[in-house]
Design a protein. Structure first.
Length: 208
């Protein structure tokens, strides 16, 4: 490895370290409360070093969101290969929950932390390979086209958002574990599987 390649690798490692620290702080303290100086202190760098890699907090947050949402969408690659839309929906739900539980800080920042609108994303909106919402809609669009959904379910976005809300609720409750001392929490797998089946039962057209 030559000097240039070594410098590029070191630069990428530092950027990753900054993003990881920022993600943890955003998840625990909120985006608005975290400053670039706070991120620099977390990894024992000077603020000047942080600004060498990101011009401001908005640029850092934009790259963090693009990186995490891209990884999130790519998490559904295995489910995408399933031909039957309802089975694909089941697999997608399980993959969604697995991602949230495996990457709780990612999930908190992505879906549980208020942040400014991100308009200048490098991701391709509407591309199922990079846009997880588009991937979900593509599954339900196929199911709708094949007559697999209940007749009154004609608004694709409404159906998609309700499905999303259901699995999000399971994940966010597990991450937050609110009222932990008051609730006899059942195994996560049981809650996940039941939620997915309840959602599918609610939208699937019954065979006559």
């Amino acid at each position: 490895m030559g000097p240039r390649e070594r410098r590029d690798r070191e630069r990428e490692e530092i950027r990753t370290k900054i993003l990881d620290a920022a993600r943890e702080l955003f998840a625990s303290e909120g985006v608005d409360s975290v400053t670039m100086r706070r991120i620099a202190d977390r990894i024992e760098y000077s603020p000047t070093a942080i600004y060498f890699h990101f011009k401001d907090k908005e640029a850092l947050l934009a790259e963090l969101c693009d990186s995490d949402f891209r990884a999130f969408a790519q998490n559904f690659a295995a489910a995408a290969a399933i031909a039957d839309p309802m089975d694909r929906l089941r697999a997608t739900g399980r993959s969604y929950v697995e991602f949230g539980l495996t990457h709780p800080s990612h999930y908190r920042v992505m879906f549980m932390t208020p942040k400014p609108a991100h308009e200048d994303s490098a991701l391709s909106r509407g591309n199922p390979e990079e846009d997880a919402y588009a991937f979900l809609k593509s599954i339900l669009a196929q199911a709708m086209a094949e007559g697999r959904l209940r007749e009154h379910l004609t608004d694709l976005d409404v159906v998609s958002q309700v499905i999303w809300a259901g699995v999000h609720g399971v994940v966010s409750l597990e991450i937050a574990k609110c009222n932990d001392a008051w609730v006899d929490w059942k195994p996560m797998a049981d809650r996940t599987n039941l939620m997915i089946e309840v959602l599918i039962d609610g939208i699937e057209r019954k065979k006559e």
